[in-house]
Write a protein that binds this ligand. Structure first.
Ligand SMILES: [Zn+2]
Ligand SMILES: [Zn+2]
Length: 251
């Protein structure tokens, strides 16, 4: 499994950090986790093509996690696939279907590809098996449509992507003993925001779940400073790092 950070930033545009987007190479598949504004360009900059991607999982439907879906579909319509199987599956809360129906209502001739279709799959908490990986989906604690995704590859390595989140029993269950916890740090201890994690909340999460490596992303202008990591209590044998755009981790 290989994770590439395409966007480690906040919902407000930042010079050095794109909106949320991550590329996961797992088994024989290339999977995107969220497509915030600029994700498509980040993907190209990283040396990949939109046609590499067979699945996109949406943590929730806020604009900073979703905005590049329309450019992804538009690019697929007017370029050629570099793989035999050009299908794309989109996964997320029920409301994703409504958003796509809206896109199709306005832009159908520019996004619907007869030969290489996309499909929207509403997904609910539970366990799923795909050819390249196993997946467990948990309900998130951020927005009504929030979902968290725990991927497991054929060697048993696991990665949890929480999207934006606050603490919850579901989060504790999902993050327990995971190899990579890809989560967020967009709140400070001083300026506490509901639905997001702060250093003290992350300390609680690590204490309870002991993920091997925690990557903190969705960084705000206040939380992207390197010193904030020193305020997190990191249990023995656990590692914590701040995400950077284009950082790569092999798991
Ligand atoms: Zn959000
Ligand atoms: Zn967000």
């Amino acid at each position: 499994m290989k994770l590439t950070i395409l966007g480690s930033g906040y919902f407000i545009p930042m010079v050095n950090r794109n909106n949320s987007g991550y590329l996961l190479e797992i088994g024989s598949e290339y999977v995107l986790l969220d497509t915030g504004s600029g994700t498509l360009r980040q993907l190209i900059k990283g040396g990949y093509s939109v046609w590499n991607i067979s699945k996109i999982f949406y943590s929730h439907l806020h604009i900073d996690h979703l905005a590049d879906l329309l450019p992804v579909l538009f690019t697929r319509k007017y370029t050629q696939p570099n793989r035999e199987e050009g299908k794309l599956s989109l996964f997320g809360h029920n409301d994703l279907q409504k958003i796509i129906a809206g896109f199709e209502n306005l832009f159908s001739q520019w996004i619907i590809h007869d030969k290489y279709p996309y499909h929207c799959n509403c997904i609910k908490p539970g366990k799923y098996n795909y050819d390249s990986f196993g997946l467990e989906v948990f309900k998130g604690n951020h927005a009504e449509q929030s979902l968290m995704y725990r991927f497991e590859d054929s060697t048993g390595k696991t990665l949890l992507y929480t999207g934006d989140t606050d603490l919850s029993d579901e989060l504790y269950k999902a993050a327990n003993g995971v190899d990579i916890l890809l989560t967020e740090l967009s709140s400070t201890n001083e300026e506490f925001t509901h639905g997001h994690l702060s250093p003290s909340k992350i300390s609680q999460l690590l204490d309870k779940c002991k993920p091997k490596v925690t990557i903190l992303s969705h960084l705000s202008p206040e939380t992207e400073k390197g010193t904030i990591i020193d305020t997190i209590n990191v249990p023995l044998n656990c590692k914590v790092e701040l995400a950077e755009d284009f950082a790569v981790r092999n798991i």
